[in-house]
Design a protein around this ligand. Structure first.
Ligand SMILES: [Zn+2]
Ligand SMILES: [Zn+2]
Length: 298
């Protein structure tokens, strides 16, 4: 809740006029508690998780030839029932684990100092904080995910996420509840170390969801804006990790490719990509939509 009752009081405290964004924030948040503002994360989680995979679901139901060119594992077909079951199972975990965790973790959020007041962060402050968050998340997630591929971690926990050898958007958070907590820690690390404004925190949580849903979508669209992000892994990269399945010791990173490159855990993927490209070159006169499933079958 803002410590000002009027816009004039806020401007007097800042020693300048409020920007348009600050004016909107004042009107929206002045009478709302910090706890309520923090709870927006749970609403965004449910909302974005329900909405963002819908275009991929429609693509999966239509399976037109035009869109099918971008399907990474075209031989896999998911019915509406399959996708709804995945959605239902994830919502179950959200309601029982993620939602309560977010609601009860508010004292931690207060302790680390995520602020809700004025002034709002500048675009530059938001950019560098989000950059720190994504780099910390990517590096931590790499090691946590890799450790979940040990025999015990895989059999007891991570196996659930790998039930999808050809992932779909709704399966991004489909995982054992313990994995949701373990990998969720990586997402909280950045805001814990470099606390910012709650709007930056909201944005970070939404970005994480967008990234995870695209990465698990099962489609590799060349026009995706994420193609312009340097060292970005994307859907084709993570799809390989699911395709190889439980034996997978490749492509552990959640966002970028450099950790797998540095620690040598992308060798299988790079080899397969090379073979894939050569096969595609050879088949130019014949089959024009060769997939990694075809290579596995050969
Ligand atoms: Zn894995
Ligand atoms: Zn995955």
């Amino acid at each position: 809740m803002l410590p000002f009752n009027t816009i004039q009081a806020a401007e007097a405290s800042l020693g300048r006029n409020l920007t348009v964004a600050e004016m909107l924030w004042f009107k929206y948040s002045a009478n709302k508690s910090d706890y309520f503002l923090y709870c927006h994360n749970t609403i965004f989680l449910l909302l974005f998780y329900s909405l963002l995979p819908l275009p991929y679901m429609i693509a999966e139901l239509l399976r037109s030839r035009k869109i099918d060119r971008f399907k990474i594992q075209p031989k896999i077909k998911n019915s509406f029932g399959d996708m709804f079951r995945c959605y239902r199972d994830v919502m179950f975990i959200f309601v029982l684990v993620v939602g309560p965790l977010q609601l009860f973790s508010f004292p931690v959020i207060q302790m680390i100092g995520i602020r809700t007041g004025l002034p709002l962060p500048s675009a530059w402050e938001m950019f560098w904080q989000l950059l720190v968050y994504v780099l910390l998340e990517d590096y931590t997630n790499y090691w946590l995910h890799r450790s979940l591929h040990c025999k015990w971690g895989y059999d007891k926990i991570h196996r659930v996420h790998h039930e999808y050898t050809a992932p779909i958007g709704f399966a991004a958070p489909y995982a054992h509840w313990a994995e949701v907590l373990i990998l969720g820690f990586a997402s909280f690390l950045g805001p814990m170390i470099v606390p910012g404004h709650t709007i930056t925190f909201w944005l970070w949580m939404i970005m994480r969801q967008m990234e995870a849903i695209e990465t698990h979508s099962g489609y590799d669209f060349p026009w995706s804006p994420s193609k312009f992000i340097p060292f970005y892994g994307g859907s084709e990269y993570h799809d390989y990790h699911h395709f190889v399945g439980g034996r997978s010791q490749s492509n552990f990173a959640s966002v970028f490719t450099y950790c797998d490159y540095i620690y040598g855990t992308d060798k299988g993927y790079r080899y397969q990509k090379e073979v894939f490209e050569k096969s595609r070159e050879k088949s130019k006169s014949g089959k024009d939509n060769i997939s990694r499933q075809d290579l596995k079958a050969e």
